[in-house]
Design a protein around this ligand. Structure first.
Ligand code: MG
Length: 369
């Protein structure tokens, strides 16, 4: 089988809450997502999506996806989409770095592999565990009272795991953590995600001030070394996210015992192939994971669901349902949350069908001509 055409579409994904705010005053009101179609000489088309969390979260930005694809896609015409490791090596040879540019192409090729083999992607990624898997809800940075109200509302919808966006004024963040924990029940899980927003001394003040609170601390500081210093001075369960973007960093973090949980974002690693490699390594190393992406709509949510549902539940700390945060559906068949949980499709491939009327006209078409 050969790739004959790669097409990209741009879609806007507005938020039900009107906006999403995190550390350092960063925010997004409308997400800019890129949907990729990979067509083949066998008449099978696979679909992928990538959606950076604005331009200031990771080293990724929405128009960079499209610019990168214009550079990369011509090198992939004629390649076999079923040979995924080989295809990823081809992409790495054609373009150094920029994993987020490659993510949607790789995702689309998993969709093709699933369609031609008649299997859901989660089966191909290792197997489906149980009926469904657990989700968290990300809580946009607001006043302590507003965040506590938000958590209470989402708890009533069935969520039991919450990720607070902190990384602001440390004194207010201490109040945010205490106010939210007060509306939770024993067994509910609370994560305070500073998204690199605290300096090391600020992080040290926060963890000491909430030492009696049942809360996980996520990515307190900008660098790995700063996070490690904080980790070594607190007994809170510890999550790393932004600084863990490679197998090398996973191995280093394990060696330093730097974290209890890591966040595996599909596009941070460059697609499902590389995210699966990281996931399987974490299982072998005994590190729990949040399986997700930087953001996205129905297609990314479907891909997350397949990776999460094929992860042993004791290692799946949480996952996410980005399609319930946004007002625009871009595909039929995408998984939908029920009581704070979700399941991957049982259809072959990703199990989604794009809404072509929503995708509109392509912004990029690359083929052999
Ligand atoms: Mg995070």
């Amino acid at each position: 089988m050969k790739i004959t055409r790669i097409t990209a579409y741009q879609v806007d994904l507005p938020l039900h809450e009107g906006g999403y705010k995190w550390s350092g005053g960063k925010s997004v009101t409308v997400f800019d997502s890129t949907v990729v179609a990979v067509e083949t000489d066998a008449g099978v088309t696979g679909w992928g999506e990538v959606c950076p969390l604005g331009p200031a979260y990771l080293a990724a930005y929405a128009s960079g996806v499209r610019a990168g694809l214009a550079e990369l896609a011509p090198q992939l015409i004629g390649e076999n989409p079923l040979e995924l490791n080989r295809l990823n090596r081809r992409m790495d040879a054609a373009m150094k770095g920029h994993p987020y540019v490659k993510s949607a192409v790789d995702m689309a090729c998993w969709d093709i592999l699933g369609q031609v083999s008649g299997q859901p992607v989660c089966v191909l990624l290792g197997g489906r565990y149980g009926d469904d898997f657990v989700l968290y809800r990300a809580i946009s940075q607001e006043s302590p009272e507003a965040m506590a109200n938000s958590v209470a509302g989402y708890r009533a919808e069935g969520y039991r795991r919450f990720q607070l966006k902190v990384g602001g004024d440390p004194d207010v963040d201490i109040e945010r953590i205490r106010a939210v924990r007060a509306v939770l029940q024993p067994g509910d899980r609370l994560v305070a995600d500073a998204n690199t927003g605290w300096t090391q001394h600020e992080a040290m003040r926060v963890v000491r001030a909430v030492h009696d609170v049942d809360v996980y601390i996520e990515q307190p500081c900008y660098s790995y070394e700063e996070c490690l210093a904080v980790r070594r001075n607190t007994d809170h369960p510890f999550v790393l996210d932004e600084v863990v973007d490679s197998i090398d960093m996973l191995v280093r973090g394990k060696s330093d015992l730097a974290m209890d949980v890591v966040n595996i974002k599909i596009s941070k690693f460059g697609g499902l192939t590389r995210a699966r490699q990281a996931r399987d390594l974490c299982v072998s190393l005994g590190i729990a994971m949040t399986i997700e992406d930087s953001w996205g709509g129905d297609i990314i949510t479907a891909a997350i669901a397949h990776l999460a549902h094929s992860t042993p539940p004791e290692f799946l700390f949480t996952s996410t349902d980005f399609n319930s945060y946004v007002t625009q559906s871009i595909a039929e068949g995408a998984p939908q949350r029920v009581n704070g949980r979700m399941a991957a499709s049982e259809m072959p491939g990703l199990g989604i069908k794009p809404r072509m009327e929503v995708l509109g006209k392509p912004v990029l078409i690359v083929d052999a001509t």
